[in-house]
Design a protein around this ligand. Structure first.
Ligand SMILES: [Fe+2]
Length: 345
């Protein structure tokens, strides 16, 4: 087995390979280093079976879409990933064969709803869920300190103590730890209750990563910054969110809102279906097609997508275009389906 970190910096990309069979997967590749990864694969005579992001990244542009474009492997992420570029959605317990190796998926949300950890041959790639002596921040949209505590203590800390921890980041020059060591010494987690952890994480007061909007929104939407003018941090913060029950209540009432679904056409008619009566305007076309719904500027409008991220961007764009009563459906079609509400296909 080859299990190697390929960047040599604070942001980590892992190659997992069965050298004998010539098969490999890459986890969390950076867009900036795609050529380096292709060279490493060629040097070891490895073919990529899959490219994987452990979660939606806010600090770097993902290299997965580019590697898929150049080399052809499917792009996989956890089911809650918002991006329409993902080919394969992974869930708890899924197994990914890599030659004779098996990579097993653990859903470990908290840093983001789509966070996962990958277990292979006594090693666990913990993404931005668990770091060496730390954990991933939980203050972005969709972050949840309680969920992160549950994922770490209920899943990662139940692995054998000698399981090798391979984090998605390290800012102190560490490369590996073990589950046993983190259980004993991780200052955020050792001997802390769930409520201690939530209080700690909600009071870190970190500044947002540099360039967050330049990378987060393209990673969420598979749209580049050249294609549309994304809303900034302050515009996004103003977006009002409603949950699926509140939307169902609105649909049952007399002031039925206009439903604007901003996914791609293939998603609208895909497995998650769509809400009856919703208008499809893909996010990348929204700015140019806003006139089609201009008569609703004063009326209630609800934006909808897969996971509630692209639709937050859409809600901010509509707000900027003069719409006065826009809400974003939190959790999107994933939450709607999870609540077993009615969809059309
Ligand atoms: Fe992250």
């Amino acid at each position: 087995m080859i299990l190697r970190e390929l960047n040599g910096g604070s942001c980590k990309t892992y190659l997992i390979a069965d050298e004998g069979r010539g098969r490999a997967v890459l986890v969390d590749p950076l867009y900036a280093h795609v050529e380096r990864y292709i060279a490493v694969l060629a040097y070891h005579r490895l073919e990529l079976d899959m490219v994987i992001d452990s979660h939606t990244h806010a600090d770097h542009l993902s290299g997965c879409p580019q590697l898929r474009f150049l080399l052809g492997p499917p792009f996989a992420m956890q089911k809650w990933a918002p991006s329409p570029a993902v080919d394969r959605h992974l869930e708890e317990g899924d197994e990914i064969p890599v030659g004779d190796l098996v990579v097993r998926v653990l859903h470990t949300p908290g840093h983001t709803p789509d966070g996962m950890s990958l277990l292979v041959a006594g090693h666990v790639l913990t993404g931005d869920t668990l770091f060496i002596g730390g954990s991933g921040r939980t203050d972005f949209a969709g972050g949840d300190a309680g969920a992160q505590y549950d994922a770490v203590t209920g899943k990662l800390f139940t692995l054998p103590d000698d399981t090798v921890v391979r984090p998605g980041h390290d800012y102190r020059g560490n490369t590996t730890s073990t589950i046993g060591r983190e259980k004993q010494t991780n200052p955020r987690l050792a001997n802390r209750t769930r409520q201690d952890y939530i209080d700690l994480m909600n009071n870190l007061q970190l500044s947002p990563p540099q360039n967050i909007q330049e990378v987060l929104q393209p990673n969420q939407s598979a749209i580049s910054n050249e294609d549309i003018s994304f809303p900034d941090w302050s515009e996004l913060k103003k977006v009002r969110e409603i949950d699926v029950q509140a939307l169902q209540g609105m649909l049952d009432s007399e002031t039925r809102p206009l439903l604007v679904d901003v996914r791609e056409p293939a998603e609208y008619s895909g497995e998650l279906g769509h809400l009856a009566g919703s208008v499809l305007i893909p996010l990348r076309e929204l700015m140019n097609r806003v006139t089609e719904i201009a008569e609703h500027k004063e009326a209630p409008v609800v934006t909808i997508c897969r996971a509630g991220m692209r639709s937050a961007t859409a809600a901010a764009i509509l707000g900027r275009s003069g719409f006065s009563d826009v809400s974003n459906l939190a959790g999107g079609l994933l939450a709607w389906n999870e609540a077993r509400l009615r969809v059309e296909r």
